[in-house]
Design a binder for this molecule. Structure first.
Ligand code: NAD
Length: 440
């Protein structure tokens, strides 16, 4: 177990036991700082006092394990595994497992907090969590990845569970990895499909979950574009990231009549003024060829988000919307498919330029809403059709969007955050975790 990192500024934190050092390697100070900065702005609008603000920001539990992995060449690598359960005020903690070289305890902490506000904002009976391992999964063999996943699962088994902390895929993990998590837990005595969402449908997952986040991102993009600009079929869209979120967001946007003019993944970015033939591109990538070498589009230097387009969708990593990108962006709307892609200083430039940002808490909430419905179906032991789940996910997203659309775009992020935080406070008061009137 590690000590909790509060993330608040020293003078604002009432708890002297908290560490305030960021423990971040150079260049990765980002997300924890941005999350704390935005969190404080949101709590100010709610009029919460500093002790309550600190309590709200604290994680319920923060776990760090060491995972020795025997490599195929006979050597041993020891990885660190993280799981942070930020809040259980409204239900079991809920959040993905990330396999990415940039994973740190601080990043996982910030992402766990974002999950708490996101599930609360969507009205789900969940708290927030996140886990991860600093590893590039593409450098592991299938056996190594399988073994690492199983060891991570068994190491975390004392703290996860279907009514305690429900895990899911995130950056670098997918349905296959979730199937391995489920099996490892079952062999260790916890045999319950509700432990994991985003698992393969044959193991109790849902047919919609794999596409849910991306479909939801495109749905919210259409709602926002229609609200601000006009019909979505006039929109040219650029998508950064061609994984679980970006690929489905691009496909769904095209299905809804928008023209996807540019996409990017880790290999680079491509642009075609008349639109990219996405099924053709998917076939190209599925053949093991780099996206950037796709022959029926031009290569883009720099960020894909700066190509001529109307809607920019960062759906890869946090922090990709930098000051430079914000200055060069031609889009009239930015929709956050990824968690935390927009740096605060970039957001200030976008605000000056009048470019609205649909925040991650709203834009990518389709994933966790679908995960909730998967959990519900596992409880019921009654699978719904893909059409029913899709309809219910989009209806729930509409409720979130309709609420957001009542305030001007420049207030979207803080409004979404304050609504989520406010619901967590309400849950804490209702359960007596904080006494009514205390800290407000
Ligand atoms: P993924 O691993 O499936 O895909 C990530 C994609 O981003 C890949 O195509 C990768 O090549 C690309 N990429 C990585 N670095 C890049 C860079 N610098 N420039 C351009 N492309 C780059 O991950 P994912 O599940 O699609 O997650 C993407 C983001 O969405 C993350 O921030 C994640 O936390 C967030 N998110 C995911 C889900 C989900 O259901 N998977 C739900 C909510 C939020």
């Amino acid at each position: 177990m590690t000590e909790t990192t509060c993330g608040t500024e020293g003078e604002r934190c009432a708890n002297s036991l908290h560490r305030h050092s960021r423990e971040l390697p150079a260049g990765r100070e980002g997300l924890l700082e941005w999350e704390a900065e935005r969190f404080h702005l949101a709590t100010e609008t709610l009029g919460l006092d500093s002790a309550l603000v600190c309590a709200l920001h604290c994680a319920v539990r923060s776990v760090e394990i060491e995972i020795p992995l025997l490599r195929d060449d006979g050597s041993l690598t020891v990885f660190t595994g993280y799981r942070v359960q930020h809040s259980t005020a409204l239900g079991p903690a809920k959040g993905g497992i990330r396999f990415h070289p940039g994973v740190t305890g601080a990043e996982v902490t910030a992402l766990a907090r974002l999950m708490s506000w996101k599930t609360a904002l969507a009205g789900l009976p969940f708290g927030g969590a996140k886990g991860g391992v600093p590893v590039d999964p593409t450098t592991l063999s299938t056996r190594e990845l399988w073994d690492l996943t199983r060891r991570y699962t068994v190491g975390m088994l004392p703290v996860i569970g279907p009514e305690v902390d429900v895990v899911a895929p995130d950056l670098g993990t997918d349905a296959r990895v979730m199937g391995w998590v489920l099996r490892a837990a079952a062999e260790a005595g916890l045999d319950d499909p509700r432990l994991v969402t985003g698992k393969p449908p044959i193991l109790g997952g849902t047919a919609f979950r794999a596409s849910a986040t991306g479909v939801g991102v495109a749905h919210v993009a259409e709602r926002a574009f229609t609200h601000l600009e006009g019909p979505f079929d006039r929109a040219r869209v650029a998508v950064e990231g061609f994984g679980s979120v970006g690929r489905w967001a691009a496909r769904e946007a095209a299905d809804r009549g928008a023209k996807v003019v540019a996409v990017a993944d880790i290999t680079g970015a491509i642009y075609a003024e008349d639109g990219i033939d996405l099924p053709d591109l998917e076939a190209w990538v599925a053949g093991g060829r780099p996206l950037v070498e796709y022959p029926r589009a031009d290569t883009v230097d720099g960020s894909v988000l700066t190509v001529p387009c109307d809607v920019a969708i960062p759906a890869a990593m946090e922090g990709t919307v930098t000051v430079e990108v914000a200055r060069e962006l031609s889009a009239r709307l930015l929709v956050e498919g990824a968690n935390g892609p927009t740096r605060p200083e970039a957001e200030a430039i976008l605000a000056d330029r009048g470019v609205p940002v649909v925040p991650d808490l709203v834009a990518n909430a389709g994933g966790v809403i679908s995960s909730y419905f998967e959990w519900v179906q596992n409880h019921q032991r009654l699978p719904w059709s893909i059409e029913v789940e899709r309809r219910r996910v989009l209806e729930r997203l509409d409720e979130v969007w309709d609420q957001l659309a009542t305030v001007p775009p420049e207030k979207w992020r803080i409004h979404a955050l304050a609504t989520g935080i406010g619901r967590v406070v309400e849950g804490m008061v209702a359960s007596g975790e904080i006494l009514d009137g205390e800290g407000r």
